[in-house]
Design a protein around this ligand. Structure first.
Ligand code: TA6
Length: 299
């Protein structure tokens, strides 16, 4: 159970940062200079962010449910310490356990330029230790203003090299995905996961005319979501990430998922900054890895 009273005492900033609880899940409400965000303490998952005066940039399903231990449809889920299905254990959670366990707030406060930064640390338990028997503390740093910065920091505190895959699996809100172009991946090789998995090369912008599930590899490129309907562009810059995943479930898969909301697939696109497939990360003992992203909106 989250002790929001203690969090507000320790980290609360009147008018800028308050903690609340709903159905057993704690939330941080951030009001920074030029932007606002909401972060669920379960998974340290940003579930809302918008620059002042802007429509929401992070998409959250109208049917999203906040149930302790269950993943939430939308926001910026942290996929860690594996992306996708576990390599050998089919019973382990897809996309790792990070998004379904509590994280503790370790630091929070305003920066001199009016941004508000919070640091979260994953709280391990018997299940996580069984699924991932490695000493690898992980933090997420969230910095809110009219931009959103996320940094996922993994440290190998063990004595052996450690290999992991990861993603910031961010859902972006768009006016109509059928009119969206994702630029920045032209020429990149990708694993097409729709139908029989196969490798292809991207030509031009990514367009959406059906279920789209692509893992672009060996790319550090900035991506731009060109949203014609809402006449805005979302810029996604990254460092420490060599894979980019682009996903929209489209009609049939969205219906099967059951938590996308009525026609929810039309209003979202995932552009995920990741390290997966041949871009898995190997950390030497004592080494640290940072996957960082920055989101901003331009007209
Ligand atoms: O990142 C794309 C993807 O791997 C898709 O294959 C789909 O499974 C999506 O993630 C959502 O996964 P989730 O476990 O959140 O339902």
């Amino acid at each position: 159970m989250t002790d929001v009273a203690e969090l507000n005492t320790r980290f609360g900033i009147p008018g800028a940062l308050t903690f609340s609880e709903y159905a057993g899940v704690g939330f941080a409400e951030v009001t920074a200079a030029h932007g606002r965000a909401t972060i669920a303490l379960q998974g340290a998952q940003v579930i809302a962010w918008a620059p002042d005066g802007e429509k929401p940039v992070i998409w959250l399903s109208n049917d999203a449910k906040f149930v302790p231990g269950k993943s939430v449809r939308g926001g910026a889920p942290v996929c860690w310490p594996w992306f996708g299905t576990h390599a050998s254990e089919s019973g382990y959670p897809a996309h790792g356990y990070a998004r379904t366990v509590p994280w503790r707030v370790t630091r929070a406060g305003p920066l001199i330029d009016g941004r508000v930064r919070l640091a979260f640390e994953l709280i391990e338990n018997d299940i996580t230790r069984r699924q991932w028997p490695h000493a690898s503390p992980v933090e997420l740093h969230v910095t809110v203003s009219n931009t959103l910065e996320l940094e996922l920091v993994t440290r190998n505190a063990g004595k052996k090299p450690l290999t992991l895959t990861e993603a910031l699996h961010t859902y972006f809100a768009v006016g109509d995905v059928r009119k969206v172009k994702v630029n920045g991946l032209d020429g990149a090789e990708y694993l097409d996961k729709v139908g029989a998995a196969q490798r292809r090369q991207q030509i031009g912008p990514v367009l959406f005319t059906g279920e789209t599930d692509r893992v672009y590899v060996n790319t550090e490129a900035e991506c731009i979501i060109d949203d014609a309907e809402w006449q805005r562009r979302i810029h996604i810059t990254k460092s420490g990430s060599h894979s980019t995943v682009v996903w929209n479930p489209w009609i049939d898969k969205a219906k099967k998922m059951g938590d996308m909301g009525e026609d929810g697939y039309l209003g979202m696109v995932c552009v995920e900054s990741a390290n997966t497939a041949e871009n898995a990360v190997t950390l030497a003992p004592g080494a640290e890895h940072r996957l960082s992203v920055g989101y901003r909106v331009a007209k």
